[in-house]
Ligand binder design. Structure first.
Ligand code: NAD
Length: 418
């Protein structure tokens, strides 16, 4: 079967590269190649910059109200095409349709709607000084680059485009090479909504294209979502031209459960915070601290509900609530972390192995995994795994748990049940 090959999106249209270089995209639930994408070569890169410069000139000259109006048209189109776009996200990421059909497109649209609403209200100020006055105004920066991760591809493209475009900037966006299609669909929608050509461009490729964006002197700002180590590289590159940066990186967030908490509710949070999107969420509460007196009850309910309620399988099946990991490589990384957890002495209470669901036997599935008897020093409690692996730790009192919860090199999120 001849696979579709997507091009880069430049100046309001798809543009072919000169090199002919392409890469393949795999559906994680089947292990099969579903389409190909052209890599951004020199020609595409140059055209992307020219296009974003021209887009910026047109877009920044418009009033904030005009920009807001066009962005709101894009919001309406996103909502209208929810199911079509959600399906793309399911096939690219392996996450359940149950989630993508109500969260991914919707939250992306919400983000654009929010910033479109703010845009007309953005103003400078004026201040009297010695009988005279000075004033400030808020000007757009110019070209902003967005670099995305693969777990929420369309949503990330939306939330990076939203503030940048609302404030009058143009954007060159590079989605993750694992999930490149959602951003192209967003570009099509922006164009259809009447946003001028060149305002939102999509370049495709792996780290090399991201590094090119981070270094480029004509790009004023970079907004990056990905791992801490990649973020450090992007930030270092951005420093070479003193770009503004926004970094949305990884985490190893604590979820603290005190013995006076509603335990059913806390169990729900621990499950959502470790198994939603099969654990591939940056803010996940992967270090679950449970007060010792609540521990037996918590564990009993957690294991019972994890065994009974999680349905692993073909992500497009309506009953599936737990999908496939993004790639064979990531699947192996997560399994390696599980082995390290066992080796370092944690008790594997649930899961811990790959599974082959009947309706998706070739996919990269790992069972929801729960470790107990964890200690703060264990690798599984220190490093981001980005998969369905929950580590449970116990504590005696508040001061102790706050200290331990904060003792991490990551920031990002935290939860408390009490
Ligand atoms: P990653 O760091 O491997 O890749 C992210 C992006 O960076 C990709 O588009 C990649 O092609 C690009 N890239 C690779 N090398 C680069 C370089 N040298 N310069 C510039 N760009 C480069 O991350 P991932 O595996 O795609 O995503 C998972 C990570 O993303 C996890 O750590 C997760 O916590 C994080 N994440 C964070 C948030 C947040 O909002 N904080 C949201 C989603 C995901």
């Amino acid at each position: 079967m001849l696979l579709k090959c997507y091009k880069n999106f430049i100046n309001g249209a798809y543009l072919a590269n000169s090199s002919g270089e392409t890469f393949e995209v795999i559906n994680p639930a089947t292990g099969k190649v579903i389409y190909q994408v052209e890599v951004a070569d020199e020609k595409i890169k140059q055209q992307a910059i020219t296009s974003a410069q021209q887009g910026f000139a047109k877009w920044s000259a418009m009033s904030a109200t005009q920009r807001s109006r066009l962005l709101l048209k894009a919001v309406a189109l996103l909502r209208e095409r929810n199911d079509e776009l959600a399906k793309i996200e399911v096939l690219d990421t392996g996450k359940p349709w149950q989630e993508a059909s109500v969260v991914d497109v919707e939250s992306g649209a919400d983000s654009i709607e929010f910033f479109a609403g703010l845009a007309p209200g953005i103003e400078g100020n004026q201040q009297p000084i010695d009988g005279d006055f000075y004033y400030t105004r808020r000007d757009p920066l110019g070209i902003c680059a967005g670099i995305g991760a693969w777990n929420y591809p369309l949503q990330i493209a939306c939330w990076k485009a939203a503030p940048a475009l609302a404030c009058g900037n143009s954007m060159i966006f590079k989605p993750s090479e694992e999930t490149p299609l959602g951003a192209l669909k967003l570009a099509e929608i922006f164009t259809e909504a009447g946003i001028p050509d060149g305002v939102f461009n999509v370049v495709q490729g792996a780290g090399e294209v991201g590094a090119w964006l981070s270094h480029h002197e004509d790009i004023a700002k970079i907004s990056f979502t990905g791992e801490v180590n990649t973020g450090k590289k992007a930030m270092t590159a951005a420093a070479s031209t003193l770009k503004d940066v926004t970094m949305e990186l990884g985490g190893k967030s604590p979820l603290i459960i005190f013995d006076d908490a509603d335990i059913d509710n806390a169990v729900s949070a621990a499950m959502l915070g470790n198994f939603y999107t099969q654990g591939e969420i940056c803010t996940n509460g992967t270090r679950v601290f449970v007060q010792k007196s609540a521990y037996p009850k918590f564990i009993e309910k957690l294991v019972q509900r994890t065994s009974q309620n999680i349905i692993v399988g073909d992500p497009m099946a309506p009953e599936t609530n737990f999908g496939a990991l993004i790639s064979r490589k990531h699947f192996n990384t997560v399994l390696d972390y599980i082995k390290v957890g066992v080796k370092e002495g944690a008790t594997l209470l649930h899961g811990g192995k790959s599974i082959q669901p009947e309706n998706a036997s070739e996919g990269y599935f790992i069972a929801p995994t729960i470790f107990t008897d964890c200690t703060d020093e264990m690798t599984i409690c220190r490093e981001e795994i980005f998969g369905p692996v929950m580590s449970i730790l116990t504590f005696d009192n508040e001061d102790e748990v706050i200290n331990r919860a904060n003792s991490t090199k990551y920031g990002l999120a935290a939860g408390v049940f009490t």
